[in-house]
Structure formats: C-alpha cells, structure tokens
Design a protein around this ligand. Structure first.
Ligand SMILES: NC(=O)c1ccc[n+]([C@@H]2O[C@H](COP(=O)([O-])OP(=O)(O)OC[C@H]3O[C@@H](n4cnc5c(N)ncnc54)[C@H](OP(=O)(O)O)[C@@H]3O)[C@@H](O)[C@H]2O)c1
Length: 256
C-alpha cells in the first residue's frame, strides 16, 4: 500500500508564508504533519496556519528572519515547545541580493547572501541534528536552485550559494546517514512565484528561458511540493544526499 502519510511528524519550513515554502507547508499539512510556518512576516504566516487548520490540520506561525541566529534558535525552540520534537526541517527561504558581475561584488553583499543561503541552513541543521540523531530518524531538505548547476553572468553570487547548498546536503547526508538522518536537496527551475516575477515581467528574457526548458513552461509550486513530499515520506527513505532537479528538463537539455 502506498504510504505518503506524515501523521505524527513535525515539520519546520522556513519562508513558508508564500511561494514554494507555502506549497510544501500545505502538502505536508494535508499528509497529516504538524507544521511550523515561518517567515519574517507573522501575519502572512498566520494566514497559512489558518488555511492548514481549515483543512483539518495543525500548525503554528513563528516569525523568523533566517539571517538572524537568535531568530533561528527561537524558531526551533518554538517548534519544540508547541509540538515536542522536529522530524522534518525544510530550509527554503533564501536571498538573491545581487544582479551583476562578481568582479564588482561588495564584501557586505557576499556576506549577506552566503549567511542567508548557506550559513543559516547550517545553523538550523546544527540545531535539529542532535535530536534527530538520538531518535535515529530525521529528514532535512534544502531548497537550492538549478542556478547552482551553471556558470552565470549576472546571478553568480546566488548561484555560488545554491551550489554550496547542494554540497551542504551531501555532507549532512554522509554525517547523518549512519543515524538514519537523511538530507536531500531540491533544485527547482523557474517556478511561478513572486521570486520569478521579475523574469516574467521581461518578455524577451522569459521567452528565451522558455526555449531552454524541454517542457516549454514554468513550473508550479505544487510540483516542487510533490518532490518535497516524496523525499520525506516512506516512499523516499533510500534517498540521501541527492539533488533532485525539478526543472522540466532544463539541466539535461542542450539544443541542437
Ligand atoms: N521561484 C523560482 O523560480 C525558484 C527557482 C529556483 C529556486 N528557488 C528557490 O526556492 C526558494 C523559495 O523561493 P520562492 O520562489 O518560493 O520565493 P517567494 O515566493 O519570494 O517566497 C519567499 C518566502 O521566503 C520568505 N523570506 C524572504 N526573505 C526571508 C528571510 N530573510 N527570512 C525568512 N524568510 C524570508 C518570504 O516571506 P517574508 O518576505 O514575509 O519573509 C516568503 O515566505 C528559495 O530558496 C529560492 O532560491 C526558487
């Protein structure tokens, strides 16, 4: 019998007030997990909590700016206070603060992006890992990006952090594996969220990107959430250290 039931599991998801994080929160909630919804905006998180509860699920909202270590610690503490444990951690929130050449990149912008996209996920993993290791059960997901697979002209900083997230996932998978703590990475292509809005607003760029996607369309939040459900459910228990490209075939495509 198929088992995508997360009843009894507790999931913490950063950046889950909208976009991909919200999609993951909703699908995990539908599968029976207790959800900790978080972003910088408590009211927006509460709206997601209301949606999960209206569908019969259980959730709490916690404000957390991922670049703040005290905020991250409070997120984990609040989850434990409300639900007693954390089985699933999804590091989804990320920043993309620089559009331009790496040659002109200011140190502060490098630090901000590396802190948000690489160091903060590591903080959160460090905070949940001992509990998962002791219980011999835990699943960690990092939301990276297809950008981390390519050399890029203008999104180089973002791409470096997203490539680092893939490596972070591999390293944690190796450290956690002997204790049944799994880590996997999802690298979405272009997904229809606010994050992708600037690209959609530029028809020439948008059409050029579409021509590089074998499926010839943008992805949906639900399609990424489906991959995230597979990885933490009983269907995905032999997946460890993997980077799942959820990109309509972009990475494997070479026109010609
Ligand atoms: N959409 C795409 O095309 C695409 C493609 C590849 C990878 N990704 C990756 O997917 C992830 C989610 O992207 P998305 O498209 O879903 O973005 P989104 O729709 O813009 O949503 C971003 C979420 O993160 C929260 N957030 C932003 N800054 C934060 C911070 N400093 N601390 C905590 N939360 C913060 C936002 O809420 P608040 O503003 O209220 O904090 C919101 O909940 C990111 O890691 C991104 O790199 C997206």
């Amino acid at each position: 019998m198929l088992n995508v039931n997360l009843t009894g599991k507790v999931a913490v998801i950063t950046g889950s007030s909208r976009g991909i994080g919200k999609g993951i929160a909703l699908i995990y909630g539908q599968a029976g997990a207790k959800i900790v919804v978080s972003s910088r905006t408590l009211s927006a998180c509460q709206e997601v909590v209301d949606e999960i509860e209206a569908a019969g699920g259980e959730a709490i909202a916690v404000a957390c700016d991922i670049v703040s270590k005290p905020d991250c610690a409070n997120l984990i503490d609040s989850a434990r206070k409300a639900f007693g444990k954390i089985d699933i951690l999804v590091c989804n929130a990320a920043l993309n603060p620089w559009y331009g050449s790496l040659i002109d990149l200011p140190d502060e912008t490098y630090d901000l992006c590396m802190n948000a996209n690489v160091r903060s996920p590591l903080w959160l993993i460090q905070m949940v890992f001992p509990e998962m290791k002791e219980r011999r059960d835990g699943s960690i997901i990092l939301i990276s990006s297809g950008a981390g697979m390519f050399g890029l002209e203008t999104l180089g900083l973002y791409a470096i952090t997203k490539a680092a997230e893939m490596q972070l996932g591999r390293n944690i998978a190796v450290e956690g594996g002997p204790f049944n703590v799994r880590a996997n990475v999802i690298a979405p292509g272009l997904i229809d969220t606010d994050f992708a809005a600037p690209v959609k607003a530029l028809p020439e760029m948008y059409n050029s990107i579409m021509s590089q996607i074998p499926l010839r369309r943008i992805g949906t939040v639900e399609e990424v959430a489906g991959a995230a459900l597979f990885l933490v459910s009983d269907l995905g228990t032999f997946m460890n250290g993997h980077t799942m490209m959820c990109d309509g075939g972009t990475t494997i495509y070479k026109p010609g």
